[in-house]
Design a protein around this ligand. Sequence first.
Ligand code: R5P
Length: 338
Amino acid sequence: MSEILVFANTAAQEQAAAVIAANAALQTNDVLVLGEADVGFHNDGEPQIEILTQVRGRECVVIATIAPYAHDLVQHSVNDMAMQTLVLLDALRNASARIVTVVFPYLGYLRQDRRSGKVTHRTAVSARVIAEAIEAVSHRTPHACAVEIHALQIEAFFRTMSFENIPALRTIADLLPVDAYRNAVVVSPDRGGVDRASALKGHLGLQDLAVIYKNRPEPGHAEAERIAGDVRGRQVIIVDDMIDTAGTLVAAARFLREEGAARITVAACHGLFSGPALQRLAEAEIDRVYVLDTVPPAPGVIGHPKITVLPVAPLLARAIRSIRQGESLRSLGKSEPR
Ligand code: R5P
């Protein structure tokens, strides 16, 4: 048996405990143990990190959620969580830890992955910025991985360490109740999500796929324009990588109803639920929403009449085991016959 110490940023503390428990239920020679650390912020908002366990030469896993996080009336922004994670990685590097992998249940900044603005091409590529920042504090760390990244080409933005997507659609498919997708058409709410919708269709053993073409006149506002595929009279399941303001989903659901869709279910990997999202979903023509807990659910999410939160920890524990066994994470997304 080998012992691996687990460290987490503030937003991933509960997830780390869940991963340790999920790992204990797996057949593996590794025991995951929570490392002791002071992970917080100074009063002015700067991250404050001190590793309290002796880590020199010891194997460690870092679990970090790069998303906004609120607790005990304190709000942390996505930038707080990013900076705190970089400083945590620096502290472990300074203490000569041997980091096996950095696991991001949700890694923000990835949506802006190419130079393409509404008006010009003079945009930042924040996906590359975060990749370079992580690498800058990780030069002895061989590996990192993140659940269902926005686009697979982002894997190649990392140049000095291997960065892998953890596919999550099979996990979602395994956890969905049959009533949510029986004879359904799987719908991608935009062109970028077609591969994801197609993967979920395969995992659920379904036949039909439809794609909505959307227009986004401004951030947080989406308009569905047309659809390829037939949803009339059918149950539909919309699949997306994330729900941010829910503008994409609400526009898609309204459009699908106009096209004659019957029951509408949503399956998404990351539930950010920013700004008006919870209210929009409550009022939308959507029957049920399933999300993974890659982002810690805010109080309004737990107990929301339409939202069910599904656990991602067993998938993260299997990902860590695969990395230890030298296996590709792609295999975690392979379908089993239904
Ligand atoms: C877009 O490319 C993404 O896949 C999501 O559809 C989008 O980020 C969701 O954002 P919102 O919920 O604000 O529409």
